[in-house]
Design a binder for this molecule. Structure first.
Ligand code: PMP
Length: 442
């Protein structure tokens, strides 16, 4: 089992206590890593400090959601002034900021005519699939091997399958990624190979049953769909009356302001957003074509009659459009309008310099990614999908990650790197120095 060397007694104690009240000591499985997770208790800018007083440059950034780093004063101000202005923090009714923020999102995502707010990325992809099913009347869903869309049965299939169970490379099996998923559900979701034209044959074969294809246009935030693959996917889904859903939870306002759809120049039917748009608070969005979103309208557009529930796609939620969160999210986007380009430039610089460090050391490494996210992949091969990635040298990568933790660089072992507006020259230099030392000791 990998060991960390920094003094972490408090984290060890907290972990022991946590195991008495939560299964495995965590309230999100992804937060566990051996021998114990590190308990953080302070964040400022690009830095996190743990309960034992160790300080880290944070590249996990709460799985990418803290785009402005930790404790940004303008976000604190946005929340306080929204609360002062409203007198409360939750109306339980529609309010003006819902409209203001929706218009801001539409500015950058021209494929979105109408949208709905949710409380997480999981809820948002779930809602998007329901829209697709209600709109097309077709109830199977197609997703790609290795793509993650949240924690529910319809999409918890072949997210990280064992290669021995995953079936043929160009015709993958649907493999549960959780206990508790029925065989019936496993068969309802069709798993496609990513960046592989065989996906189009599978879609054609099942076209009469498939209502939606959902994908991460940049798988895991670092493996991009190839241009030609994306164009073909758009064309065939249009032809087969399948709703194309871009899950931009990771990429929205992180690869660039308009998401991957602006990079590819392709309009999906539905878009899902999360993470950055909530400014570090729980939020998601489903947006897209008017005719699809209107399936959830409680009133008939022409007659203005209130419709019966059975004739409307159900969507509700006590906290949807929470004013504090919208205020934090909108201010985040306003700041990114000025600062995102700098983050993108600094990310490119870090990627290039890391690659050159590994090159000098004689280790094949690619900093694979787009925008302000990338992954450190130890492989000579081009990485085009889940299976290519699985073949990379994860053992050495993990070893490096643990050594980096000891030197104050926090990326959860084997996770991707995300940068924030606070990751500046000084943080890049610290990171490169730490890598230099770790590679020298390898
Ligand atoms: N889709 C993608 C692409 C994601 O990366 C995530 C979260 N990592 C989700 C959906 C689920 O979002 P949440 O964790 O907010 O439920």
């Amino acid at each position: 089992m990998a060991q960390t060397k920094r003094q972490m007694l408090t984290s060890v104690e907290l972990y022991q206590d946590a195991k008495e009240v939560m299964p495995g000591g965590v309230t999100a499985n992804i937060k566990h890593f051996p021998p114990h997770p590190i308990y953080m208790n302070y964040g400022e800018g690009a830095y996190l400090s743990d309960a034992d007083g160790n300080k880290y440059v944070d590249y996990l950034l709460s799985y990418g959601s803290m785009m402005l780093g930790h404790g940004h004063p303008e976000i604190k101000e946005a929340i306080h002034s929204q609360m002062e202005q409203s007198g409360t923090w939750l109306f339980g009714t529609p309010h003006e900021l819902e409209v203001t923020y929706a218009n801001k999102i539409k500015e950058y995502f021209p494929s979105i005519d109408l949208m709905r707010y949710t409380n997480s990325g999981t809820e948002a992809t779930l809602l998007a699939l329901r829209f697709a099913e209600a709109y097309t009347g077709k109830h199977k869903v197609a997703k790609f091997e290795g793509h993650y869309h949240g924690g529910y049965n319809e999409v918890l299939l072949s997210v990280n399958p064992e290669i021995s169970e995953a079936g043929q490379k160009n015709n993958p099996n649907s493999v549960p990624s959780s206990k508790g998923i029925s065989a019936a559900q496993t068969n309802e979701t069709i798993v496609l190979p990513f960046n592989d034209d065989h996906a189009f044959e599978i879609l054609t074969e099942h076209a009469s049953e498939i209502g939606a294809v959902v994908l991460e246009p940049i798988q895991g935030g670092f493996i991009p769909a190839e241009d030609d693959f994306m164009t073909k996917l758009r064309n065939i889904t249009e032809e087969l009356n399948i709703v194309l859903i871009f899950d931009e939870v990771k990429t929205g306002f992180r690869t660039n302001l308009g998401g991957t759809q602006a990079l590819y120049g392709i309009k999906p039917d539905l878009t899902v957003l999360g993470k950055v748009i909530g400014g570090g608070f729980p939020m998601g969005v489903v947006g897209g074509k008017r005719e699809i979103l209107m399936v959830s309208s409680p009133v008939d557009e022409e007659t203005t009659d209130v419709l019966k529930p059975k004739d409307v796609l159900f969507h509700s939620g006590t906290y949807n459009g929470h004013p504090m969160i919208l205020a934090a999210g909108l201010r985040t986007i306003n700041i990114l309008e000025n600062e995102l380009d700098h983050v993108l430039n600094r990310t490119e610089k870090l990627k290039t310099e890391l690659e050159s460090l590994f090159f000098k050391k004689g280790i094949a490494m690619q900093a694979v990614g787009n925008g302000s996210m990338f992954n450190v992949i130890l492989s000579e091969k081009q990485i085009r999908n889940y299976r290519d990635y699985q073949q990379s040298d994860m053992q050495t990568r993990e070893k490096i990650d643990y050594e980096l933790l000891n030197k104050g660089i926090y990326a959860k072992p084997l996770n991707r790197y995300s940068l924030s507006t606070c990751h500046k020259e000084a943080e890049l230099e610290k990171t490169l120095n730490a890598y230099n030392e770790v590679l020298a000791e390898l």
